[in-house]
Design a protein around this ligand. Structure first.
Ligand SMILES: [Fe+2]
Ligand SMILES: [Fe+2]
Length: 138
């Protein structure tokens, strides 16, 4: 199985957030398959799209956290900012690369920052949402 495949454990139970997370992984998979085909020039716009979509996702998520009264909404927002800074700087490096292995390594590094939100960062507010009765416990 591919490391960018959706896993049940990623599911938060907030449909809008889960849909965003699925879309993020889908964009990464698209970039990965273009890179496999050596189509680096086509990857560039998708790398930008991935950042733009992440910006939009983080904003939606931050708004939701404020709405439900999550006490660490500010901390999570700062965390998003750090992920974006790192992903953006690695993206600029990836765009210059023209060898498949190096490009894929570079993308893996960039994707890692964004996947961190899905597999680690957002788990921090899952129990808060459960305790508030906003999502069902599994
Ligand atoms: Fe998220
Ligand atoms: Fe997040």
């Amino acid at each position: 199985m591919d490391k960018l495949d959706w896993l049940e454990t990623f599911e938060l139970g907030v449909p809008e957030v889960d849909a965003d997370h699925r879309e993020l992984l889908a964009i990464m998979k698209k970039i990965e398959s273009l890179a496999d085909a050596g189509a680096f020039d086509d990857c560039g716009p998708l790398l930008d799209e991935l950042i733009d979509f992440s910006v939009a996702h983080f904003a939606r998520e931050e708004e939701m956290l404020v709405e439900v009264g999550y006490p660490n909404a500010d901390i999570h927002k700062e965390y998003h900012g750090r992920l974006l800074d790192r992903a953006r700087s690695v993206k600029d490096i990836c765009k210059e690369i023209r060898s498949k292995d190096n490009f894929k390594d570079c993308c893996d590094e960039m994707f890692g920052f964004l996947v961190d939100d899905i597999v680690t960062g957002d788990l921090k507010f899952k129990s808060f949402l459960e305790n508030k009765g906003l999502i069902k416990r599994p």
